[in-house]
Design a protein around this ligand. Sequence first.
Ligand code: NAD
Length: 259
Amino acid sequence: MKYAFVTRDDETSKKTALKIQQSLEKYFVYDEIDPEIVISIGGDGTILNAVHQYMDKDCAFIGLHTGTLGFFTDYQLSELDDFIQDVIHNEYKLFDRNLLEVKINQKEGFETLYALNELRLDQGLRTQTISVYINNVLFEIFRGNGLCISTPSGSTGYNKSLGGAIIYPGIPLMQLTEVAGIHHNAYRSLGSSLILDESQTIRLVSEQFQHASMGLDHLHYQFDDVESIEVRISQKTVKFVEYKQMSFIQRVRRAFINS
Ligand code: NAD
């Protein structure tokens, strides 16, 4: 099997990668160009980085967390030996995670980007006015700091901090959540989160998209002359390796209620 590392730039993560590489070299081939398994060593940000680097390849992702518990990572540093043993000797299952497809329509053409967690249009310094169309029908005119559209995987990230719902991963849904929406007699938008299935497309239109600034997972983009942004749950997914059955509910409990 061919594998590659994506490693966070700290001493612990780099030393851990070296130890794993020494253990795997008798069994597997290191191939950064065309890996079958991508091993992420670091945190959730490292997994996001790995996914953006390799999402166009036919590979699967697995994470080892070198800090406190990560949401995408099944192994902690204290389980390094189990991790190495599982990778060398054990069968694994594959688990598909949905991606968000984000189409940026500009005057001179369009660009399509993908996100594992979410798209964030979030400007705290000036009120944003964004018309929200769902399947080409005007749904609301939002005013406030911004909007977040997340996947089920991203529902436990920024979306959760905004008061959005947690969605069981693996279901092709997207969630639209407001960032500090203004709600009074003159301005009205839904207020609560809205969860939509794969048959729906959200189109966002705003005069402020002249110089649109957006966050996509750990990345930040700046576009000029944007006419609209279309978002849907993509047909494209990324595969995650599962050696051990870890209940999603237990993961949520451990991360947010009682570790
Ligand atoms: P980062 O990598 O420093 O991550 C910020 C925190 O979000 C970390 O604790 C990370 O473990 C956690 N996180 C990331 N994805 C998660 C997920 N799917 N479920 C649960 N926790 C998750 O920050 P960054 O590189 O700026 O952005 C990466 C991601 O971090 C974003 O996609 C966003 O979801 C999340 N984030 C959350 C907040 C917030 O909750 N206020 C703020 C910034 C970023």
